[in-house]
Structures are given as C-alpha cells and as structure tokens.
Design a protein around this ligand. Structure first.
Ligand SMILES: NC(=O)c1ccc[n+]([C@@H]2O[C@H](COP(=O)([O-])OP(=O)(O)OC[C@H]3O[C@@H](n4cnc5c(N)ncnc54)[C@H](O)[C@@H]3O)[C@@H](O)[C@H]2O)c1
Length: 290
C-alpha cells in the first residue's frame, strides 16, 4: 500500500498505460482521479477498478480543462501528491518535408504542452505535500528517429528536457519530477493512429506484439503493467533520491544495433573475425619456424 492516503492524478486513464497505472495506484491505496476524453472508457475503469477511482473528463489539449481537473481533485481531497502526465496519441504522421503547421501545432499541444500544463496547474496543490512527485511519459522515440512519426518524436524529446527543467524549478518545493520512456507497449495507440477498424483491432494487436518481441532483446511484447510498475516506483518514496531523470522501459530495444544482442545477426564483424583468425595462424606459423 505505497500510496495509502495519497491523491493521484492520471491523464489518459481510459486505456492502455494510463488505465493500468490508475488500477495499480488505486490497488495500493490512492484516491485516483482518472481523466480522459473517453468518457465511456473512463467511467468503466472507475466502476470496475479495485479501490477509489474517480473519473473526471479532461482534454489535455485544453489548459483550462487541465486546470479544472487539478482544482477538482484538490478541492475533493485537500491537495495532490502524485501526477502522472500520460495522455497522448501518435500525432500527425507526415514527415518533416510534408507536415503542415496546424498538424505540427496539434501534435505539440497534445504531446508536449499537455505535460507542461499538467505540471503548471498541479503544482499549486502539491506544495508542502511530503513525497510530492510528478511522472511524465516520454518515449524511446525521444532517443532517435525510427520509432515514430517526426513531430511525435520531437515532442517526446521535449518532454524529457521539460522533465529536467521542471525538476530544477520545483526542487525548492521538494517536488520530484521524472519521466518514463516506454518502448513498444501493446496498447490502442498504434491501432488508433493507424485508424484500424474495431473488428481488426485484435489481429492488429497480435501483429504488433509479435513484431515488437522480434525487434528487441527481451522476447515478449511490452505490456501496460511493465510501464505502470516503473511509474509507481518513480512516484513512490523508494525513489525519494531520484529527480530530473528518465527510466527507459523498452525490453532493451534501445541497447544497440541488432548484431550486438542477436547471434543470428552477428555477421557484421565476420570479416574482422576471419582476419583475426588468419593473423593468429600466421603468427603461430612464424612461431613454429623460429
Ligand atoms: N504504447 C506504446 O508503445 C508507447 C510507447 C511510448 C510512449 N507511449 C506513450 O504512453 C502514453 C499512453 O499511451 P498508450 O500506449 O497507453 O495509448 P492508448 O491509446 O491506449 O491510451 C491513450 C489514452 O489517452 C487518451 N487521450 C488521447 N487524447 C487525449 C486528450 N486530448 N486528452 C485526454 N486524454 C486523451 C485516449 O483517449 C486514451 O485513453 C502516451 O503518452 C504515449 O505517447 C506509448
């Protein structure tokens, strides 16, 4: 019961990582304000979760909506202890040579500004609360290209830098700020962004799980609980000495190129190894003739 008596905000809580995190915080004693634009999904979560989960409609692209969420949670419980800035979607998909200004702005508002104002409007209710902690969702897409569309990747990199800057700004109030960087986690984010019809979603999720487990050292698809556990750690007292950093939880997909960890792909250095063997043989031959 790491969060007994704590008030926890989770944005984007109707699905995937947010839903699993809201369940975990509530199981461990928190009063969870689970917010989302998906009213039906959010209400279902609140009804079915074990513990105290309260759904609040909130659109994180609208700062006034974020402020209303934080104010409501504080007025119902007396303050806020933990904020998990999780809500986002894949954003605009065009590459940098084709994206339109409004697509760029929409992605930044959804993925980056949402986190900034999740912090901005929660902090007045967090000051003076022992163990106050903020966790933001970035992504392996922040590490480099190739994991997501460009605008999303840039916004997620912004979330990492925002996390550090906010950790510095809020140190004087003893509020810790950290990020988590998920790898491929099997949620609705891919099917939503690819506009996969409802009847194909299960098939698509199977393909995504298979694809991701093939692409990384850990041979299974990532699950929302993998991220929820990391978020709970960062939000908890066990991470009391941790601020301004980011935890990559990705099945190892970012450890390095495939030939580093997959013996079947280790062909890159074959020529070098052959040359080393030949050099040894030559040296041995020279040794025996002496
Ligand atoms: N799934 C992955 O592989 C992965 C990888 C890296 C990062 N992430 C990040 O994890 C977070 C959660 O994503 P997920 O994979 O659980 O996706 P998901 O689609 O399952 O859940 C996202 C939730 O956010 C909500 N949402 C979308 N727009 C919103 C808005 N404007 N206001 C409020 N809520 C909104 C959706 O309704 C949905 O319930 C996102 O920030 C995503 O970018 C996911």
């Amino acid at each position: 019961m790491r969060f007994s008596g704590k008030t926890v905000i989770v944005t984007g809580a109707a699905s995937g990582i947010g839903a699993e995190s809201a369940r975990l915080f509530a199981r461990e004693g928190a009063v969870v304000f689970a917010s989302d634009i998906d009213r039906a999904g959010g209400e279902m979560l609140a009804n079915e979760a074990q513990g105290d989960v309260r759904f609040v409609h909130c659109d994180v692209t609208n700062p006034a909506s974020i402020k209303a969420l934080m104010d409501q949670a504080a007025s119902e419980t007396g303050g806020i202890d933990v904020v998990f800035n999780n809500a986002a979607a894949g954003g605009a998909r065009p590459s940098i040579d084709e994206i339109e200004p409004e697509e760029w702005d929409m992605t930044m508002d959804l993925v980056l500004r949402s986190v900034a104002f999740g912090i901005r409007y929660a902090v007045p209710h967090m000051k003076g609360r022992p163990g106050a902690s903020i966790v933001n969702v970035s992504s392996v897409a922040a590490v480099g290209p190739g994991y997501s569309p460009t605008a999303y990747a840039v916004a997620k990199a912004g979330v990492l830098h925002l996390t550090k800057c906010a950790a510095a700004d809020l140190a004087q109030h003893s509020i810790r700020v950290n990020a988590v960087q998920p790898g491929f986690i099997n949620t609705n984010i891919f099917t939503t962004s690819m506009e996969v019809p409802e009847e194909m979603k299960d098939t698509a999720k199977g393909i995504i799980a298979q694809m991701s487990s093939n692409a990384q050292p850990v041979k299974r698809g990532g699950q929302p609980l993998d991220i929820a556990e990391a978020v709970a750690y960062l939000a908890s007292e066990a991470a009391g000495f941790v601020t301004g950093t980011s935890l990559i939880v990705d099945g190892g997909i970012t450890v390095g190129p495939r030939h580093c960890w997959d013996p079947e792909e280790a062909t890159l250095f074959e020529g070098l190894e052959k040359m080393e063997e030949e050099a040894k043989a030559v040296a041995a031959g020279q040794g025996s003739s002496n």
